[in-house]
Design a protein around this ligand. Structure first.
Ligand code: NAD
Length: 391
């Protein structure tokens, strides 16, 4: 075992920092101030939680593997200046569980996991730190595969790759920018929502308000424009806004008004939390379907949308093109990624029908369907095991 790898030994004396929860142990922190990982906000029967420290590079990281029933956990590594370890732990627990659900409904054959590095990516990130992260990931033997996320980049994954092969989204021979695949999945998802809510098979003449015309929003505008939709766009970045206005005959809207426009579809493609107590009462579109992660600011906001008769395409289902793209990173083929993203249409159509039948908000139906897929895979695996023993 290398010196660095020994820093991440799973079993450590009480009071030390690197602790594994799940099958091995349950507490992190030092001295008297310990917090039970099992009681931490966001803990949901995670299989494994690893705290990794490398003093030479300054790495302080947590990897959470939520569920590997459907395959090895795949999820990005976020670098963020968390105010406390508890905050970082809560984030990695929440994000890794979300990855399980996302993979389950995108049918990628992967499980859910995530890593967080505590630190400021602008000032604390070094190649040595990324290699230390790679060594941490490597100790998990492929049970967790890392990738880029907020605060990490393709170049960082190249460094990680020097220490482990359990990484996706690096530059050479990798899957490249996922945004076009994500945008394609979103336009197919809008198609499914329009079919369900408005009974229309095409997007010609449809009015769509796109909030945020960055990587995904801009590519989405391209697909929508090709399909003959009328576009309204907003962005807080003047350059991004101008680029979209020049490329497509779109109408500019103010960032604090875009959600209230009288259009058919509101597509949040900027940051999370676009659907909240202030915005939901003002939405006039009958469909909300966009790329942004964590669109619902709170747990009850999916219900609030449903009660207003607004059809919401659950964010992690409609924006799954990104994980589909990265899950195919080995032996990458863009056409294959697009074909797989195409299936987002069917998954959403199923969610919408079931939400109507069961009288539930679409976000709750999506979570249920993800849990059912995992439970079915567990039952199947148990049956196969029994058959192998008795046969
Ligand atoms: P991006 O940073 O390229 O684009 C986001 C754009 O939103 C930027 O142009 C930014 O200026 C703008 N913006 C920020 N706040 C705004 C506001 N209040 N009003 C209007 N515009 C605002 O990011 P991206 O890669 O296009 O991702 C967009 C969203 O989709 C994010 O939430 C991301 O997590 C999610 N997502 C992206 C992918 C992907 O493949 N890139 C995959 C899945 C989910």
């Amino acid at each position: 075992m290398t010196r660095a790898a020994s820093c991440y030994r799973p079993v450590v004396p009480a009071g030390a920092r690197a602790v594994v929860a799940g099958a091995f142990g349950a507490r992190h922190g030092t001295g008297d101030a310990t917090l039970s990982v099992f009681d931490a906000p966001g803990f949901d029967d995670h299989e494994l939680v690893v705290f990794g420290r490398d003093s030479a590079s300054g790495l302080k990281a947590i990897v959470a593997i939520h569920d590997t029933t459907l395959g090895p956990a795949l999820g990005g590594c976020r670098m963020w200046p968390y105010a406390s370890e508890d905050e970082a732990l809560a984030d990695v627990l929440r994000l890794s569980r979300a990855m399980t659900y996302k993979h389950a409904l995108a049918d990628t054959g992967q499980g859910g996991g995530k890593a967080v590095v505590i630190g400021d990516s602008k000032t604390d990130k070094t190649p040595a730190l990324m290699r230390a992260l790679g060594r941490l990931v490597d100790t998990l033997g492929g049970r967790y595969i890392t990738a880029e996320d907020v605060g990490t980049s393709v170049a960082d994954m190249d460094e990680v790759r020097r220490a482990t092969r359990h990484v996706a989204g690096y530059s050479e021979g990798g899957s490249g920018d996922p945004s076009p695949v994500t945008a394609y999945g979103v336009v197919r998802g809008i198609g499914a929502a329009v079919r369900h809510k408005l009974g229309r098979a095409d997007l010609g003449g449809l009015e769509v308000a796109v909030q945020g015309v960055g990587h995904v929003g801009y590519a989405l505008c391209g697909y929508l424009s090709e399909a003959g939709a009328r576009l309204f766009v907003s962005d807080i970045d003047d350059g991004a806004l101008r680029r979209a206005l020049e490329a497509y005959s779109a109408v500019a809207a103010a960032p604090d008004e875009i959600h209230g426009l009288d259009v058919d579809v509101f597509a949040p493609c900027a940051l999370g939390g676009a659907l909240n107590d202030a915005t939901i009462p003002r939405i006039r579109a009958s469909i909300v379907a966009g790329a942004a992660n964590n669109q619902l600011a709170g747990a009850g906001h999916g219900r609030d949308l449903a009660e207003r008769g607004i059809l919401y395409a659950p964010d992690y289902v409609i924006n799954a093109g990104g994980v589909i793209n990265i899950s195919l990173a080995n032996d990458y083929d863009r056409d294959r990624a697009m074909r797989k993203a195409e299936k987002i249409y069917d998954t959403l159509a199923q969610i919408f029908r079931r939400a109507d039948a069961d009288g539930l908000p679409t976000d709750q139906v999506a979570d249920r369907m993800a849990r059912e897929r995992i439970a079915a895979a567990r039952t199947k695996a148990a049956a196969a095991k029994t058959a192998a023993k008795t046969g």
